[in-house]
Design a protein around this ligand. Sequence first.
Ligand code: PHE
Length: 341
Amino acid sequence: MKALMQELRENALNAISDAESIDSLDALRVRYLGKKGELTAILKQMGKLSAEERPVMGQLANQIRSDLEASIENTRKRLEAAALEARLQMETLDVTIPAKELKLGHKHPMYMALDEIKDIFVGMGFTVLDGPEVELASYNFDKLNAEEGHPSRDWSDTFYFDEDSRVMLRSQTSPMQVRAMETMPLPIRIIAPGRVYRKDEVDATHSPMFHQVEGMVIDKNVTMADLKGTLNAVMEQLFGEGTVTRFRPHHFPFTEPSCEMDVQCHKCGGKGCPTCKGEGWIEVLGAGMIHPHVLEMSGIDPEEYTGWAFGMGLERLAMRRFKISDLRLIFENDVRFLEQF
Ligand code: PHE
């Protein structure tokens, strides 16, 4: 029995000093010293021994147990120190290695154009408003004089949320006229840029989502001359001095008289080319004098106050400003395109 125990001691000490991880060390502890371990198994046979031999073997067993425990503890310390060393090695930082180049993006060309437009209008005393894209049809249509049955209210043109056609994705920024009239003190000078939605197929000049910038002025003695003068000044600041514009009569339910404004084509100077589809002019906005009934519906006395409003397509302006030929480029987010600006 003594020989058995000595053999166990030898084997265990060897195995412990060879252990390569804390886990395998724990397994060895269980294997040799655990309740069902090898040392315990030997001790269970003590009953067979004589009365003289028993205490001698008991002492030897205790000695072996404490030897093994000491060895396990030593090995544990060694393994932990090695693990720490390895971690320190791994986490060393070489501060002399060149840093990874950080790629900073920049503003999207359409927002660059919008910033220029905002700057120009803020410089003229306008306030910039933000408004909801999910809009009530009453604001998008009714309060703008487009009553039930108006073609623009059709389901084939407009994204509605409900069967009763009361909640919709706004199809224009013009509801911001109403929101401003209802909430702001007079006189009013605002622009309201934002997304609008229409059921259009995507092509070089159309997208079901695009951006408009609405503008409105209401004050005493405001006339169509103010409208033309302001918009001409804006276009010159945006596109350069001497930019030529023209105003054509048009119809909008909420303005009277109404017009559209074209900017002479920058490519051909008005002769007609592919960029302007042979027209010589590029349409950039709709505008007009706010209809007296629209003023009235929002609680403004049309005998005392007059006003004008416009709505321009932001993508079109950005395309002209940066000479972009296809609307889709603006939304595709291809960095090779965007990096050019
Ligand atoms: N909301 C009109 C459109 O989307 C544009 C417009 C705005 C016209 C303001 C007149 C006045 O076509």
